[in-house]
Each structure stands twice: as structure tokens, then as C-alpha cells.
Write a protein that binds this ligand. Structure first.
Ligand code: IPM
Ligand code: MG
Length: 367
């Protein structure tokens, strides 16, 4: 029997509750698909600050270096909001983790389950068709990490802050390759998002994407869109898109837009993949739900575990190459939603069940 090695980092808020469901689902899936899980739990985020004085403790980083993937919960909460921005859990845990493992490729699938169409803020005739768009976001470059990045006081007493947007062609090539591979398995369409009417980095981005797609797979239908137009088109007619390919910050913004039109953050998973191969020959990856720590319902057993469970499915697919097992989990979630069971975030005023009941319903549908 195969053993898969990963760390689980539940983080803060609802993280612990939904992680425990995801781990049970993985164990059950292992029984049906012939693998076992070896996983250890480590502090990250606010609880890292509380227990170790830092959002990304050295011991957590070390543990992650010794495994093939990270199953991540979510970090942050009111308790740490008064810290300086650089020390806040989200920034001080996630950004260094992305950099440490060079997790350059962020995949955010936007799926609106037809049964949940009423949760989408889009007009019902648009939402009822369902949504299926994959956002492929570059995650370790651009304005998030470019140097110089600083704040100083000028001679006239004003303060000046600088962020720098930098891209090298190699960074654009490798993320384009991920988008091409993903598109080949879907609708074979990529829309590359940039601001090439204003930004130098976008001119380079567009040219590189064109060359790269031509080389890798000329059968892919490639289009380009300025980011402002893309933001508008995404709410007007989301299904004109198949794969959206974006640089770091544009992808940050568009992926939130994609998430909200898909109805509930509690349903969306994401994968961040690295450059090298892990010990199983697949990309190292970090897998996390798109929603936050939901401090308002944390600790009450009310959170929707679906996004965490679907993140575990992405982990099996991308970091362990277990497509059938990944689909078993995705189908179990789909069937649970189809059965009418709802947590509070997706109940629309109807009867809601708690995290555990939702989790058990998913577990019972794993085959
Ligand atoms: C995300 C988040 C992060 C980002 C923050 C928390 C640093 O918004 O994963 O989209 O901006 O990338
Ligand atoms: Mg974001």
C-alpha cells in the first residue's frame, strides 16, 4: 500500500474544525483507493504567533520540508489585526511559505454548483448555467515581491512608499506552461490578462505568453484582455472564459471576484504548486480553501468543510497523482450538495447542519 506524506497546518479560526473533516475524508478515501496517510500537525498563523512568537515557526517550515505536500487551513483573525501589517498572520505566514517552496503556480477553480445557483450574486439566467472557470495565477513574482519595496521620509517631511512590479520572461514561461497543461484537459481556451496598454511588465507578459503557447500547443485558443475589461467581463458573462491566466496581483483580485460569483467561499479550493518534483515525482504543493478563518462562527462547529475537503482532493490530484481518489472526494461533495444537505453559509435561510454532520455525509459517499 502507498503511504502519502504531508503536513497539516490548520491555522486559526474555523481551520481546526474543517481540517479534522478533511483528514477523516482522506483516511476513508485511502481505504477505498489503497493508500494510507502519514501526516503531522503544526502551528501556523496567529497560533504560531501565540505559541512561537512568529506566524511561520521554524519547526513548521522544517516539517514541511520533510514531506511532499502541505494541507493548509486558514490564518488570521481579530486577535492579530492590530499587529503591524508585515507581522500579520496572512502576510507573515503565506508569503514566506510561497517563497520558501517556490509555489509559483496558483490554481483557483471557480465552480458554481447548479444546485447553489441562487447563492451567486449574478443574474439568475447567467448563474443557472453554472460556472466553470479556472484561474491560473502567478504567485511568487510581480509587485508582491519585487525590489525595491520600502517606505521613507522625504526631505519635505512627506512619506514615500515604493512597490516594484518586476517580471522575467522565465517566470512568465513557467506559469504559461501550467495554464497550457490545464487548458489542454479542459476547454482548450486561455485568456491571458494584462495591462499592456500601460505596464512594461504586461508587454513582456503578453509577448511571452504568445510565444510560449505557440511553442507548447498551438491548438489552444489564446486571447488577451486588459485587466479592467476582464473584471467586467467576468461578471457579465463568466462562461466566455475557460482558463484565465494572470500575473500575481491581477490574479489576487480576479480570483476573489470569481469566488464570489460562484456563490460561497465555503465551496472553493485552491492549489499552489512549486517548481521541482516531490519524492513521488509530482509537484510539491500547498492546498488551501479560498475562504478565510470566519472568526464569527469559529469554534461553534458550524463551518462548511467542503472547501477544505476539496483542497485535499486537489492535493491527491496534483502532488500525488491520484486522479481517481481525487474524483472520489469531489463526487462525494457533489452528491452531498445534491442530497440537499447545507451548512449555514449555503442554506439560504433553510435548515442548516453543522460541520460534523456535513462531514459525515461526505464520508458516507466516498467510494
Ligand atoms: C490570497 C490572499 C493573499 C494574497 C494575502 C492574504 C497575502 O489574498 O491568497 O489571495 O494576496 O495572495
Ligand atoms: Mg486574495
Amino acid at each position: 500500500m502507498n503511504t502519502i506524506h504531508f503536513t497539516n497546518l490548520p491555522g486559526d479560526g474555523i481551520g481546526t474544525e474543517v481540517m479534522s473533516v478533511a483528514l477523516k475524508v482522506l483516511e476513508k478515501t485511502g481505504k477505498a483507493h489503497n493508500f494510507s496517510c502519514e501526516t503531522t500537525c503544526h502551528d501556523v498563523g496567529g497560533i504560531g504567533i501565540d505559541n512561537h512568537g512568529t506566524a511561520l515557526p521554524e519547526s513548521t517550515l522544517k516539517a514541511c520540508q520533510a514531506v511532499d505536500a502541505i494541507l493548509f487551513g486558514s490564518v488570521g483573525g481579530p486577535k492579530w489585526e492590530s499587529l503591524p501589517p508585515k507581522e500579520q498572520p496572512e502576510r507573515a505566514a503565506l508569503l514566506p511559505l510561497r517563497k520558501a517552496f517556490e509555489l509559483f503556480a496558483n490554481l483557483r477553480p471557480g465552480n458554481l454548483f447548479p444546485e447553489l445557483a441562487d447563492l451567486s450574486p449574478l443574474r439568475s439566467d447567467v448563474a443557472s448555467a453554472g460556472i466553470d472557470v479556472l484561474c491560473v495565477r502567478e504567485l511568487t513574482g510581480g509587485i508582491y515581491f519585487g525590489q525595491p519595496k520600502s517606505t521613507r521620509t522625504l526631505e519635505d517631511g512627506q512619506k514615500e512608499a515604493i512597490d516594484t512590479m518586476v517580471y522575467r520572461s522565465g517566470e512568465v514561461e513557467r506559469i504559461t506552461e501550467v495554464a497550457v497543461r490545464a487548458a489542454a484537459l479542459r476547454g482548450k481556451k486561455i485568456c491571458s490578462v494584462d495591462k499592456a496598454n500601460v505596464l512594461e511588465t504586461s508587454v513582456l507578459w503578453r509577448q511571452t505568453v504568445v510565444d510560449c503557447v505557440k511553442n507548447l500547443d498551438p491548438t489552444i485558443e489564446l486571447s488577451h484582455m486588459y485587466v479592467d475589461n476582464a473584471a467586467m467581463q467576468l461578471v457579465r458573462n463568466p462562461n466566455q472564459f475557460d482558463v484565465l491566466l494572470t500575473e500575481n496581483m491581477f490574479g489576487d483580485i480576479l480570483s476573489d471576484e470569481l469566488a464570489v460569483i460562484c456563490g460561497s467561499l465555503g465551496m472553493l479550493a485552491s492549489a499552489s504548486l512549486g517548481t521541482g518534483k516531490n519524492s513521488t515525482g509530482h509537484p510539491y504543493g500547498l492546498y488551501e480553501p479560498a475562504g478565510g478563518t470566519a472568526p464569527d462562527i469559529a469554534g461553534q462547529g458550524l463551518a462548511n468543510p467542503c472547501a477544505q475537503v476539496l483542497s485535499a482532493a486537489l492535493m491527491l490530484r496534483y502532488s500525488f497523482g491520484m486522479e481517481n481518489a481525487a474524483q472520489a472526494i469531489e463526487n462525494a461533495v457533489k452528491e452531498t450538495i445534491r442530497s440537499g444537505l447545507r451548512t449555514g453559509d449555503i442554506a439560504q435561510g433553510g435548515t442548516a447542519v453543522g460541520t460534523e454532520e456535513m462531514g459525515n455525509a461526505i464520508l458516507s459517499r466516498i467510494i
